[in-house]
Design a protein around this ligand. Sequence first.
Ligand SMILES: *[C@@H]1O[C@H](CO)[C@@H](O)[C@H](O)[C@H]1NC(C)=O
Ligand SMILES: *[C@@H]1O[C@H](CO)[C@@H](O)[C@H](O)[C@H]1NC(C)=O
Ligand SMILES: *[C@@H]1O[C@H](CO)[C@@H](O)[C@H](O)[C@H]1NC(C)=O
Ligand SMILES: *[C@@H]1O[C@H](CO)[C@@H](O)[C@H](O)[C@H]1NC(C)=O
Length: 395
Amino acid sequence: MDSPRRIGSISINLFYLFLLLSSNLLTLFISTTFYSSSSLNPTRNIAMIIDAANATQLPLDTANFKGTSDISPEFLAFTSPKQLPFGMNSNFDSDKLYPPVGKACTLFPNELNRYMSYKVNESCPDDELLAQKLLLKGCEPLPRRRCRPAAPPEYVEPHPIPESFWSTPSDSSVVWTAYTCKNYSCLISRKHNQKGFDDCKDCFDLGGREKARWTESKSRGSIDFGIDEVLKVKKHGTIRIGLDIGGGVGTFAVRMRERNITIITTSMNLNGPFNSFIASRGVVPMYISISQRLPFFDNTLDIVHSMHVLSNWLPTTLMHFLFFDIYRVLRPGGLFWLDHFFCKGEQLEEVYIPLLESIGFNKVKWVVGRKLDRGIELQEIYLSALLEKPLTNSW
Ligand SMILES: *[C@@H]1O[C@H](CO)[C@@H](O)[C@H](O)[C@H]1NC(C)=O
Ligand SMILES: *[C@@H]1O[C@H](CO)[C@@H](O)[C@H](O)[C@H]1NC(C)=O
Ligand SMILES: *[C@@H]1O[C@H](CO)[C@@H](O)[C@H](O)[C@H]1NC(C)=O
Ligand SMILES: *[C@@H]1O[C@H](CO)[C@@H](O)[C@H](O)[C@H]1NC(C)=O
């Protein structure tokens, strides 16, 4: 009997790959084998699908699929197993490489085919919006493409450090096609001019509210913790590297950088060039969604911060996986700063406190406050918490 441990993560990646590739030859096989009985014994089905793939010699040559496939040849070219030039590699325990691509890609063949239809070796289409939609639907990571991405015709290089931290970059450093605004002055003023919801509407204004974030030491019991107050929890200098999940324009990373701490900021580009802007400031943006497994090894980061993103708009199961993933990447003694988590009052008691408490963190700070920006009648509340992965016996 195969155990899940034995099958291991490589096989699970393979399994997803094969699911993807299955759109042609294996569709019938998988739809009858996997979907019908996956809940009974998933492990066994992984093995069966790999066997089947081996037996049918999966698409090494996309030409075989012409006429039978509605999937773009470039997608098949990217996802098909690649023979390693020197044969069997004991690290991979395989003689082939299988590019990881989200299982959901083939669920959206129209978008996928539009994304993967381009001239090989030439310029890519200017299709950031399409790419991001596909990614947010779960096709993550997106497949690689063999073309050059859209870039501004007259790119202007960033300001030097430290000027770059707090300067608005040149409009010519961004491809604006995907956004309503077509320059930074529009983004900076949109909190006054633009109606409707936009992610982080006022945060491109570095002289505004952004400037003061996490710097002031507020009264005890405030949900606005200050960075220095948080860092004081640990021995000086032991918080060195970390991650800010959904970090807007990267101000948290900039503030930490000023304290010689290296923070990577994950962000999407929801109606604004967040990744370009973060990079222009001189800190590292990472373009991954909230669904993606964090690309760090276990027990490595000193701190994970997240403000406003982790909240009740996320499916609870996704949040459960995410909290465990944060726990996984934090080193023992590492800090998880859950900043302005929001939900309804009763949800906090019934759902989120039990969920958070089940992960295994120690509570260092825990402050609940009212959230009034959308009206008191919504009964929304904020939780700001500073949690620590236990230094000993964290496993
Ligand atoms: C695939 O086939 C090869 C030889 O045909 C065999 O050695 C190998 O064990 C098979 N792999 C799997 C996963 O069944
Ligand atoms: C792209 O460039 C590579 C390397 O020169 C070449 O082998 C390949 O045939 C080119 N493909 C197309 C479609 O032009
Ligand atoms: C910025 O864009 C707005 C419209 O989005 C336009 O009215 C304005 O003139 C532009 N400003 C600059 C400096 O290009
Ligand atoms: C950051 O590091 C530099 C160079 O090592 C040092 O001069 C500076 O004082 C440090 N800043 C802080 C806030 O620790």
